[in-house]
Design a protein around this ligand. Structure first.
Ligand code: PEP
Ligand code: CO
Length: 470
């Protein structure tokens, strides 16, 4: 059986050696090729982390986003770390995402597709190959999938055993997520309890508590009327990450027994980063062969014709839900950089999901050396995104956020009015600054307001509201 599956994969996706003949960016150089080969051989025999049918289901849901009938909430850590795979952390991220989804669903009355940057987001593209501290230069940290964060020579050596650890930690994370979302934690009637350790005096928390109380009353009414539906108790939640490490993604690709086609079973959805989306590059060549829904990050310097060509390459058959364009322009550039790209893609008649990543174009360094983002800039980019789509008559299909369930101090501003001096209090990200729980909830309220105001809802009326869509 494994032999047949392996043969099938090799027939249907390009071999790693072929991929490495193409331009390939952001890959580690492993000092011991034998150890890498052994790790990959091990991964190739492991069970898939997700089922191809789930990837298809997600694709159908993304098609709904592309059609203007649903809104995607994608979020999680910039970089997951092995040590952060604890029940407390996973639960914290899930509940902030579920809380945001409830805000969007209830306040904006729009079905929300929930996708985590989780259970596989362990590899990072870097702008520099090396890092220098106090005159010492070492290889850059590329995520726990590749090397270690501590600034020592030994930690920074790429270690292929880490790929096995990515698989193990992703499996453990997915297992708990599946248990949470189907086992009662996500029960809508528990909407208050997601928040219980967080009750504070901020107006965001108060707003959330009021809304939760309204939802509870509405649900109690429905139950009293005899409507007690399974869909109040469970939610659908999908896992995604950047498909950066070709070796890992390749080794987890399996042939779907139903359709005989290849799926990257490391996640339901994978995306291609701003730095690795070269049209003739290895990442595009690999991803065009797998049938998962694919995200493409699009930055402010993107040429609209290149993005159209990339869409054609990755989705020649115009498959509904195949492509999500995750634009990350920066608050100052979105209004001029986004319209030509949206127009160029829409002019081809293709329907993609348009999602706003208001994080990666808005990072700056403080005088004390902290990488941060200002909440006001994040909101400004989201507003620019809504304004552009409103002006063009296209559906602003979602947001892609770096967040955590903890009370970290990594982004400035927001309801708690964090200032640069506060960043030292609790800065824990292994990579980019994440929004904390109250900043995330505040953003959800802002997005909900944009979804309910203006022309957008009239252009794309939501016909029905299903409880399972919360
Ligand atoms: C990321 O999403 O963490 C990332 C590196 O994004 P981008 O490719 O858009 O820079
Ligand atoms: Co990031």
């Amino acid at each position: 059986m494994p032999r047949r599956i392996l043969t099938g994969v090799n027939d249907l996706i390009p071999a790693l050696t072929e991929l490495h003949r193409l331009p390939v960016a952001q890959q580690p150089t492993y000092p011991d090729p034998g150890a890498l080969a052994a790790a990959l051989a091990d991964l190739r025999l492991r069970p898939p982390l997700v089922f191809a049918g789930e990837c298809d289901e997600l694709k159908h849901r993304i098609a709904e986003v592309a059609a203007g009938r649903s809104f995607m909430l994608q979020g999680g850590d910039c970089a997951e770390t092995f040590e952060s795979v604890t029940a407390v952390n996973i639960r914290g991220k899930l509940r902030v995402l579920l809380s945001m989804a409830v805000v969007l669903t209830y306040a904006a009355q729009v079905p929300v597709l929930k996708v985590g940057r989780i259970a596989g987001q362990y590899a990072k593209p870097r702008s520099k190959d090396t890092e220098t501290r106090d005159g010492v230069t070492l290889p850059a940290y590329r995520g726990d999938a590749v090397n270690g964060l501590p600034f020592t020579e030994a930690d920074r050596i790429p270690d292929p055993q880490r790929l096995i650890e990515v698989y193990n930690r992703s499996a453990a994370t997915l297992n708990l997520l599946r248990a949470f979302v189907k086992g009662g934690f996500a029960d809508l009637r528990a909407v208050h309890t997601w928040n219980s350790d967080f009750v504070r005096n901020s107006n965001v928390e108060a707003r959330y508590e009021n809304m939760a109380a309204e939802i509870e009353r509405a649900l109690a009414f429905m139950v009293a009327c005899g409507v007690d539906n399974e869909s109040f108790r469970t939610v659908d939640f999908y896992a995604s990450h950047e498909a950066l490490l070709l070796e890992y993604e390749h080794a987890l690709t399996r042939i779907d027994s139903r359709t005989g086609t290849p799926y990257d079973t490391s996640a339901h959805m994978v995306w291609i980063g701003e730095r690795t989306r070269q049209l003739d590059g290895a990442h595009v060549e690999f991803l065009r062969h797998v049938r998962n829904p694919i995200g493409i990050k699009v930055g402010p310097s993107a040429d609209p014709a290149d993005i159209v060509a990339l869409c054609e390459r990755l989705d020649p058959d115009l498959e509904p839900g195949r492509l999500t364009l995750i634009t990350r322009m920066g608050a100052g550039r979105i209004r001029e950089a986004l319209p030509p790209i949206v127009r160029a893609v829409e002019d081809t008649g293709r329907k993609v999901a348009w999602v706003c990543d208001p994080m990666h174009g808005n990072t700056f360094e403080t005088s004390l050396g902290y990488k941060t983002r200002a909440f006001s800039q994040v909101v400004e980019e989201v507003n620019g995104f809504f304004d552009v789509h409103e002006a063009l008559g296209t559906w602003p299909g979602g947001v892609h956020i770096e967040l955590t369930g903890d009370d970290v101090t990594e982004c400035v501003g927001g309801v708690d009015e964090l200032v640069e001096a506060d960043l030292a209090n609790r800065y824990e990200s292994a990579c980019d600054p994440r929004m904390n729980r109250s900043q995330s909830l505040e953003l959800a309220f802002t997005v909900a307001e944009r979804l309910t105001s203006g022309r957008i809802m009239r252009v794309n009326p939501i016909q029905e509201f299903h409880a399972e869509d919360f």
